[in-house]
Design a protein around this ligand. Structure first.
Ligand code: URA
Length: 218
């Protein structure tokens, strides 16, 4: 396995470097590596858990029922897939949709960090507990964290319930719909913050540390 992916500065390059990945056993059972989809210059990035049955077959994230609900949520705040970027913590489907294993996450999340580095989104929405734990390194559950903006290492995160959780537990649907309205407001204030920083740069340089850290997962 080459380490060429480390040098990638575009999603196309990253794709070329990992599309035949066999760094972990999921490489033997998956159909397609599901890198991600959407706009490489997106202001908002969504991170789910791992590809499911439909995603594995098509090579595109969130194309099953949970994805259809995500599309609906995006539309509710005037966005579509062409304006955001959608990825997962794991790029290959775990058999029977089981939870990602720590060693799979340790192997695969560097690709997610690289995607964040390429896109540099204003807000990263973590969908569900797995993505939230992976990116925020927290043990606090999504029930407490959802909807609130969290800053970490120069990046802004908004943890959200996973759309699939809302399909299994219908009362969560209205919670997600409400959290998307808050996300819209958070995006507007992040835009204003960026504009202000661009127009009035701080006199002393802000510590440059936009790289998400690799963290202990459990
Ligand atoms: N669930 C996820 O977490 N990701 C997908 O791509 C599809 C369903």
């Amino acid at each position: 396995m080459t380490e060429e992916w480390r040098e990638a500065t575009t999603m196309n390059r990253l794709w070329g470097a990992i599309k035949d990945c066999h760094r972990c056993p999921l490489g033997e059972t998956r159909t397609n590596v599901v890198l991600g989809a959407g706009n490489e210059s997106a202001e908002i990035m969504f991170v789910g858990e791992a590809p499911g049955f439909h995603e594995d077959k098509q090579g595109i994230p969130f194309v099953g029922p949970a994805g259809q609900f995500l599309d609906q949520l995006l539309r509710s705040i005037g966005l579509d897939r062409g304006q955001v970027y959608i990825a997962n913590t794991l790029k290959c489907r775990p058999p029977d949709n089981r939870d990602p294993l720590p060693e799979e996450l340790a192997t695969c999340t560097p690709f997610l960090f690289k995607q964040i580095e390429i896109i540099r989104p204003r807000i990263i929405c973590t969908l569900g507990n797995h993505a939230t734990r992976t990116l925020l390194g927290t043990t606090t559950g999504i029930t407490q964290l959802h909807g609130k903006l969290v800053r970490k290492k120069g990046l802004a995160y908004v943890p959200l319930f996973h759309p699939a959780a809302a399909l299994h537990k219908p009362p969560l649907k209205s919670v997600l719909i409400g959290d998307f309205q808050l996300l819209r407001e958070n995006l507007d204030s992040e835009r204003a913050r960026w504009r202000e920083e661009r127009e009035n740069p701080p006199e002393t340089p802000v510590e440059e540390d936009a790289q998400p850290e690799q963290m202990g997962l459990f």
